[in-house]
Design a binder for this molecule. Structure first.
Ligand SMILES: *[C@@H]1O[C@H](CO)[C@@H](O)[C@H](O)[C@H]1NC(C)=O
Ligand SMILES: *[C@@H]1O[C@H](CO)[C@@H](O)[C@H](O)[C@H]1NC(C)=O
Length: 422
């Protein structure tokens, strides 16, 4: 597809207003590999297991084939796969310190005795997909061999092994220019293998704060892209990611859509750092942001409440909505943020977030005309609360208001379904 110049776009606008609306959606070409039509869902080891190499002392939490095989098994037996989580992803620290005699990356022979190909076969036998990690520069962030100078070889190696997703990091890269070249080169190299491989980039993250990423370009080469620093298992970290996203939403929201998504990083639900309400906030807002959902937790020991939250069908349906439009922060008041996301069938998701970190539940009333560009409840709508627990609120007219209570640091996630008029 060729791009229109903005001048030509102008004349299209003058003639066909609806064509412009259509063009606006399709105008930013996505990476054409048929993948990530909705945000990718899976499990990724980094936040929970980091770079633990000590399989002597900590055999259950070191980065080894056993860890990924156990997670793959549990993803099937404990309902994760049925809920939509599909990709079992390896992050940094899987490699041997040296390439082999033919210049190919190899897995650490002690920790991955069967090699990646066998692990991929195992994961595929469970009906799941395998993700792997590499780096655009001279070394990975943890100091293992980087792909600079080896993009084609590495793409081919991953395809030969049966890998289904590549997370491509941006450490140890000298310049913005090499960064861009490297991310593009790897995208084309993956395409040349003929294998369908989701391409997860960190390209914009390594450009900020000195350079403005060209998101249209990035979308042409990547299926999703990290914009902001690594997530931590803390409320502070969640708040920073949400603040960054809201402050930059004019740049990033419209660029997201089927095939290419902004990636605010892993779900840390089920770990140690977030209270229940804060876990609800992460799940609700990641759904609003159309974020890839990569859990980083220990599926062997996760409490039932966190598990139910991560497997919540209604919230996952918001995240995976086929319209594929990312939500945004609609307004920020003293103690409240209101976020909303347009969904298919003229529905809207609305998140009411209590910013207060003191006191009890906050009462909040919003007029329904102020939501969903004034049309979400026109002439009326049904309101369902999805989080923190499901609750049917029934019918509301356009001019009415909606009142609820929100816990400190928590979020109420609603779905508004407009009634149709004929
Ligand atoms: C490679 O790119 C072409 C065109 O851009 C696309 O049609 C094809 O499906 C891609 N192949 C893979 C394996 O991604
Ligand atoms: C990798 O290292 C070489 C030699 O120091 C350097 O010329 C090259 O620019 C580096 N590559 C990147 C991507 O930084």
């Amino acid at each position: 597809m060729k791009f229109c110049s903005s001048q030509r776009l102008g004349s299209v606008l003058a003639l066909f207003f609806f064509a412009l609306v259509f063009w606006d959606v399709l105008g930013v070409r996505a990476l054409d590999n048929g993948l990530a039509r909705t945000p990718t869902m899976g499990w990724l080891h980094w936040e929970r297991f980091m770079c633990n190499l000590d399989c002597q002392e900590e055999p259950d939490s070191c980065i080894s084939e056993q860890l990924f095989m156990q997670m793959a098994e549990l993803m099937v037996s404990d309902g994760w796969k049925d809920a939509g989580y599909e990709y079992v992803c390896i992050d940094d620290c899987w490699m041997a310190p040296q390439r082999d005699s033919k210049g190919r990356l190899q897995a650490d022979p002690q920790r991955f005795p069967g090699g990646i190909r066998r692990l991929a076969n195992y994961v595929h036998s469970k009906g799941l997909k395998l993700g792997i990690y590499a780096d655009v520069g001279n070394k990975t962030c943890a100091g293992f061999p980087g792909s600079f100078g080896y993009y084609d070889i590495d793409a081919k190696t991953f395809a030969d092994w049966g890998v289904d997703l590549l997370k491509f990091d941006g450490c140890h890269c000298d310049s913005i220019n090499l960064l861009a070249k490297g991310y593009k080169h790897m995208s084309l190299a993956l395409n040349k293998t003929g294998r369908s491989i989701v391409y997860s980039c960190e390209w914009p993250l390594y450009m900020w704060p000195l350079h403005q990423p060209n998101y249209k370009k990035i979308r042409q080469y990547c299926n999703h892209w990290r914009n902001f620093a690594d997530i931590y298992d803390s409320w502070e970290s969640i708040k920073l990611i949400l603040d960054w996203t809201a402050s930059n939403q004019d740049r990033i929201v419209n660029i997201a859509g089927p095939g290419g998504w902004n990636d605010p990083d892993m779900l840390v639900i089920g770990n140690f750092g977030l209270s229940w309400d804060q876990q609800v906030t992460q799940m609700a807002l990641w759904a609003i942001m159309a974020a890839p959902l990569f859990m980083s937790n220990d599926l062997r020991q996760i409490n039932p409440q966190a598990k139910a939250l991560l497997q919540n069908k209604d919230v996952i349906a918001v995240n995976q909505d086929p319209l594929g439009k990312q939500g945004y922060r609609l307004r920020k008041e003293k103690d409240i943020e209101v976020w909303e996301r347009p969904l298919s069938n003229l529905a809207w998701a609305v998140a009411l977030r209590n910013l207060k970190e003191i006191g009890g539940p906050l009462s909040y009333t919003t007029s329904l005309v102020s939501l969903g560009k004034g049309v979400a409840c026109n002439p009326g709508c049904f309101i369902t609360q999805l989080l923190p627990m499901k609750k049917d609120y029934g019918f509301y007219g356009w001019t009415s208001s909606f009142k609820t209570q929100i816990n400190p640091t928590g979020t109420v996630l609603l779905k508004l379904e407009a009634i149709s008029v004929n």
